[in-house]
Design a protein around this ligand. Structure first.
Ligand code: SF4
Length: 178
């Protein structure tokens, strides 16, 4: 079976198809996400299962994990993030070029999880903006895939100029990020 991406909405006629640039760029980005796995503990093991042959993230065009922030557009934070590690997560995020998206995978990355202690960051959204939260301790690979598909929905619909908008700049500056 050959999987093909659905064409975006547009105007069709004999020998032509017209649509907007935003929709074409969104379609291409949606099917070519390069994730950067930032895995610190048990949720990272679920990510490994998600990448392996049974679940196969390659089906979504996201089979190329990047361990360089500069060649990644999706930061996947999986695991407990100690407060000492917070600046590292933030530096990784800042090194990624726009457009970039973030998934908090699992209870720890989303909210600190069961570790309501002095040393654990109570959610990565304390230091960087998060687009999608995946619940669970740990989430199953199906849930991680669902999180990636929610990101794909955002990527597909994002206007190409969103990152230049005053709302987006205000969001970053609320985190102290330029
Ligand atoms: S959410 Fe649960 S499984 Fe995931 S890193 Fe935290 S304790 Fe481990």
């Amino acid at each position: 079976m050959v999987n093909t991406a659905e064409a975006p909405e547009g105007v069709e006629g004999p020998g032509f198809f017209a649509t907007s640039l935003d929709k074409v760029v969104g379609l291409a980005r949606k099917h070519s996400i390069w994730p950067l796995p930032f895995a610190t503990s048990c949720c990272g093991i679920e990510f490994m299962a998600t990448m392996a042959s049974t679940y196969d993230l390659a089906r979504f065009g996201a089979e190329r994990p990047s361990f360089s922030p500069r060649q990644a557009d999706l930061l996947m934070v999986m695991g407990t993030i100690a407060k000492k590690m917070g600046p590292v997560v933030r530096q990784v995020y800042e090194q990624m070029s726009e457009p970039r998206w973030v998934i908090a995978v699992g209870a720890c990355a989303s909210s600190g999880g069961i570790f309501d202690t002095y040393s654990v960051l109570q959610g990565i959204d304390k230091i960087i903006p998060v687009d999608v939260y995946v619940p669970g301790c740990p989430p199953r690979p199906e849930q991680i895939i669902d999180g990636l598909m929610r990101i794909q929905d955002l990527v597909e619909k994002e206007p190409t100029r969103r990152r230049d908008s005053s709302e987006y700049k205000a969001l970053l500056s609320s985190y102290g990020i330029k």
